[in-house]
Design a protein around this ligand. Structure first.
Ligand SMILES: Cc1ncc(C[n+]2csc(CCOP(=O)(O)OP(=O)(O)O)c2C)c(N)n1
Ligand SMILES: [Mg+2]
Length: 819
């Protein structure tokens, strides 16, 4: 399908200049009198109460961290506490204007935002809904301790529930929002509209766009706010998240009915410091965070700096910006100025700033200033304000005591397997929504579908091998699995670089472009962090995403999103959240050092990721089907060496209908009796060549077992094979040092020790850069290396002379040199 945007030389070479408009800085100028018309007394009191609650909550934490005691109650809190004393007005102002359907994501310093959002949602939800949430959330585990002696209103109960859940989470109690598996920096409670806070600075910057994307694609109400610090604007993934959110296509190419630009606010909680470094004046050069908007799009992200030391300008800004977002003109950038009176953490001596500076901000303290304003304009009397403050402080203190009481708020048992149990959700969801999936055409009429119909799905046809052009190949297999799930699950989307018109970098999606509307299959910017981060955010909100990285070598670009985000949120939520993301990663060859490395080992090392690497059409379809019905993140590796390979192992061919392959099951590709060749990835075909040679020249019958998966992995078929043959050689294209095969070999050594004639031998690529295509035979394991290694280290082959060095001395020599 040709692009619809025509690039015209006359236009692009026309002389003009790029103009910018002014970015408002502290433009708020409403008088209290004016605001008195906009807010009720109750509103003002709520704002006041929420700020006081956050201050009280954080003060308790500060005291116990620095002195080990608060108000006569001793407690030792071992974990972190990044406090936001000073930032209350910014948090409350942000949350006040948000509805429960509006979702916020935060940072390591987000206790205040959590509380503010929770209080705001509690005020807006009905009693019935609050009770339902409290009773059903983890079957009432958080509610039970707080309802015992409670005889106030449902709202009061919900407030206590909420403060208690937050403290319990911070103190790693079973009664925390996430059973204590999230903790201070990762706490969240989705029913009140706040989603994971992130201990990775700027982490929410690439994830929140995915949440906003979910709202657009699935026509859900509400907006999304990414609350991130000023120093996080130096993080690549934040810039990528901004780029991803500001793509023209939302407004120019997507169906208008979806609502336009992403409904997302990047809200900078600008306290002027990283830990001690200063973005303005030292570590960055933009002077105003709001300036960043000017470079992003013609709307300049509707950027604005607001005074976040007063809740009213923040509320005003959020109300206006929410309107912009609801009109489809997002994203928005807010530079909300605040100040962290507390240290970065309680152990911080604040040596990087002067005492005088802190004192000046203390004098201007937002809570005190707001109180004066309310009193001065007779919104509430001093005694009313005091009473509100004291009652909320009492509730905070009471909930603190409850949360540290081990009889009421226990930790998970010392021998608990809880963490293991929540690493994967192992769910099965056919569809995340009931509505019909959107298509542009009847899939049966799709040209690719019809083309595939004419292909041969078996290894041979009329007794002869199938020519490549006619063979149903790995690409076709992946296409079929994708189309199947696309036609069942309306939430399913696929995106990545060149995913649409190009059909994916390696044409797996060719044909889908005609079948699917833009919002279900789209090109992303060249922003690997944002691609994976957005998939994470999309899944956290309850949709299924398939993201693609063009080459495994680009995993590094999305390192945090794969290794800290995609992998960890299911467990950090103690199983409250699922992560139905398939991350397709193509493994290159012939493209040299930065495009041809198999990095399976990196994903395999990280707990929380399923990692599979099918290399036959039968496996590719069955495993993609299984990945696409599951609820876990799957790193789905694909080899560029085999995209056009037909099926060579399953005589009956690849079924036209739907089937799944259990993701943990190795597959015996060829039966044998004398030796087991274990493979992962395209090395399967190298092993086949070596096995043929072993049989023909030495009468050795090799059994070939293709792992297909690295995590999870069932060892039983492997053990069965190795027990039978007593010999094992493990082979993959990954560099040998630290490869998946090293782990498998170590485990097989233990599992089959008594049956082994020799220790299992691992062969991989050399511990080098991948050289040019013409030199690849030096690098990737070759069939001859297998014979050489068998001869040297497992079983001497009759009259055989090894052509390469595979002996143990060579192993030691290479290791000493680090190559
Ligand atoms: C990727 C990453 N780098 C560094 C850190 C260590 N660190 C934690 S907080 C922080 C400063 C963050 O400053 P900012 O984003 O302005 O948030 P603030 O702490 O001011 O709320 C740093 C460097 C981290 N957690 N993550
Ligand atoms: Mg900061």
């Amino acid at each position: 399908m040709p692009k619809s945007i025509v690039i015209e030389p006359e236009k692009v070479f026309a002389s003009e200049s790029i103009s910018f408009f002014d970015i408002p800085v502290n433009a708020y100028s409403k008088t209290v009198q004016e605001e008195l018309a906009a807010f009720s007394t109750e509103d003002f009191l709520n704002i006041w109460r929420d700020m006081c609650a956050i201050r009280a909550f954080e003060t308790v934490l500060n005291e116990i961290k620095t002195k080990g005691v608060y108000n006569g109650v001793s407690y030792n809190h071992a974990g972190p506490a990044h406090l936001s004393i000073g930032q209350e007005a910014a948090a409350v102002g942000m949350a006040f204007s948000l509805a429960p359907d509006d979702h916020i994501f935060g940072s390591h310093r987000s206790h205040g935002e959590i509380l503010a959002k929770g209080f705001s949602a509690i005020r807006q939800l009905s009693d019935a809904r609050l009770l339902e949430i409290m009773k059903t959330y983890r079957d009432g585990a958080i509610l039970r301790p707080v309802e015992r002696d409670h005889n106030g209103t449902v709202r009061d109960l919900a407030q206590r529930f909420f403060i208690y859940g937050a403290y319990s989470e911070i103190f790693a109690r079973e009664t925390g929002f996430n059973r204590g598996l999230g903790g201070s920096m990762h706490a969240f409670f989705a029913p009140f509209g706040f989603y994971p806070n992130n201990a990775i600075v700027g982490g929410s910057g690439s994830i929140a766009p995915g949440a906003a994307l979910f709202k657009r694609v699935n026509r859900k109400p509400g907006i999304v706010v990414a609350n991130i610090g000023d120093a996080s604007f130096g993080c690549g993934p934040v810039w990528e998240g901004i780029t991803f959110s500001a793509m023209d296509q939302y407004r120019k190419l997507w169906d208008k009915s979806l609502g336009g630009g992403l409904p997302l606010v990047f809200n900078c909680m600008n306290n002027f410091y990283g830990m001690g470094g200063q973005p303005v004046g030292e570590t960055m050069g933009m002077q105003f965070i709001a300036r960043i908007g000017a470079g992003v799009n013609p709307e300049q992200m509707h950027a604005e700096r607001v005074n976040g030391y007063d809740p009213l300008p923040v509320i005003d800004a959020f109300r206006r910006k929410k309107q912009v977002l609801l009109e489809g003109r997002g994203p928005v950038l807010l530079d909300t100025v605040t100040y962290r009176i507390s240290g970065h953490s309680p152990s911080d001596a604040s040596s990087y700033r002067s005492k005088e500076e802190i004192e000046r901000w203390q004098q201007a303290d937002s809570i005190r200033a707001f109180r004066s304003k309310l009193a001065e304009h007779r919104v509430a009397s001093e005694s009313t304000l005091d009473a509100a403050k004291e009652s909320v402080e009492a509730a905070v203190f009471e909930m603190f005591q409850l949360a540290i009481d081990p009889t009421v708020s226990p930790r998970v048992a010392a021998d608990s397997e809880l963490v293991g149990e929540v690493m994967f959700s192992n769910g099965r969801v056919e569809s995340f929504d009931d509505r019909p999936p959107e298509f542009l055409q009847d899939p049966a009429e799709n040209a690719r579908v019809q083309q595939i119909r004419g292909k041969i799905r078996t290894p041979t046809f009329e007794g002869k091998p199938v020519p490549k052009m006619k063979a149903y190949n790995v690409r076709d297999a992946l296409f079929e699995a994708m189309l199947h799930r696309f036609s069942i699950d309306p939430t399913m989307i696929a995106f990545g670089e060149e995913n649409r018109d190009w059909g994916g970098a390696f044409a797996v999606y060719r044909g889908l472009t005609e079948a699917l509307p833009y919002h279900r299959l789209f090109n992303s910017p060249i922003s690997e962090a944002a691609i994976v981060g957005a998939a994470v955010g999309y899944a956290l909100e309850g949709g299924r995403a398939v993201a693609e990285l063009m080459y495994a070598d680009f995993i590094g670009r999305a390192g945090d999103e794969i290794f800290n985000q995609l992998s960890k949120w299911q467990a950090m939520s103690a199983g409250q959240l699922t992560m139905p993301v398939v991350l397709r990663i193509s493994v290159g060859s012939k493209y040299g050092a930065q495009h041809s490395q198999d990095w399976t080992a990196l994903a395999h090392h990280i707990p929380g990721l399923k990692v599979v690497y099918p290399v036959t059409p039968f496996d590719a379809k069955g495993m993609m089907n299984a990945a696409l019905v599951g609820t876990d993140p799957v790193i789905f590796l694909e080899s560029q060496k085999v995209y056009d390979f037909g099926e060579m192992f399953v005589a009956e061919g690849v079924p036209e209908g739907y089937y799944e392959i259990d993701l943990c099951q190795p597959s015996v590709k060829r039966k044998g009796t004398d030796l087991t060749l274990v493979t992962l990835g395209p090395a399967l075909y190298t092993a086949v060549a070596a096995a043929d040679d072993l049989q023909a020249r030495f009468g050795i019958s090799a059994e070939i077992v293709d792992l297909r998966a690295a995590v999870p992995l069932n060892y039983e078929p492997l053990v069965e094979s190795v027990r039978k043959t007593g010999k094992a050689l493990l082979l993959s294209d990954a560099v040998e040092r630290g490869s998946v095969m090293q782990t498998v070999a170590a485990n097989l050594t233990q599992l089959c020790f008594d049956d082994l004639d020799a220790p299992p031998v691992v062969l991989g690529s050399r511990n080098w850069i991948t050289p040019a295509a013409e030199l690849e035979a030096l690098f990737f394991p070759q069939p001859a290396w297998i014979l050489d290694a068998i001869h040297e280290r497992i079983l001497p082959l009759r009259d055989y002379k090894a052509g390469t060095k595979q002996d143990l001395g060579e192993m030691v020599r290479r290791s000493t040199l680090g190559i």
